[in-house]
Design a protein around this ligand. Sequence first.
Ligand SMILES: NC(=O)c1ccc[n+]([C@@H]2O[C@H](COP(=O)([O-])OP(=O)(O)OC[C@H]3O[C@@H](n4cnc5c(N)ncnc54)[C@H](OP(=O)(O)O)[C@@H]3O)[C@@H](O)[C@H]2O)c1
Length: 177
Amino acid sequence: VTIFIYIAVSLDNFIATPDGGLDWLYAIPNPEQSDYGFADFIQRVDALVMGRKTFETVLSFDPWPYQKPVFVLSRTLAALPEKAIGKAELIRGEPAEVVRILGGKGFHNLYVDGGRTIQGFLEADLIDEMIITQVPILLGGGVPLFGRLPQEMKFRLVGTQRLNDTLVKSQYLRDRN
Ligand SMILES: NC(=O)c1ccc[n+]([C@@H]2O[C@H](COP(=O)([O-])OP(=O)(O)OC[C@H]3O[C@@H](n4cnc5c(N)ncnc54)[C@H](OP(=O)(O)O)[C@@H]3O)[C@@H](O)[C@H]2O)c1
């Protein structure tokens, strides 16, 4: 059972501009249309768990980008919009409970996405592996990847790649020793 994050961040550790914008990500030249290893990564995952705000961003993508089941965390939504039917399901509960519920459905390896959502899973020390792709830009402000934690958390670097002479993709495993 592994819980992953796989995310792109600015050098100052933001995942979107203050208004949720991702233009700085789309602007990275990608002449070979590489997926930077995303397809290989997603094979390791049984399901995605994403925050309501990330879900709203993803819902605007055409085509829908995921072949794996997607569970959306929200305390405010009573139901997902009609557009999401067949794509995603609403799920409730604190991170540990979400892991338990999804494990009961056979979804053990989870990809957790969205800043607040990732922070909640980190606070509960539920993230086992982080694949973080650093984009050479300072956004100066925005939606943070990380937040306050009740204690330090060590990670072990297991690999790093330079992609397109632009990005640095690093893989970290949680070191609980
Ligand atoms: N750079 C990248 O690779 C990347 C990746 C993913 C996302 N993003 C961007 O990041 C932004 C979203 O990040 P974010 O930090 O603002 O929000 P987020 O984590 O996507 O969503 C936050 C919302 O998720 C719900 N939520 C989180 N944990 C919950 C829990 N334990 N129980 C119930 N509900 C929970 C709450 O929804 P309610 O308010 O409905 O209760 C909360 O307001 C978007 O702009 C997105 O495009 C960027």
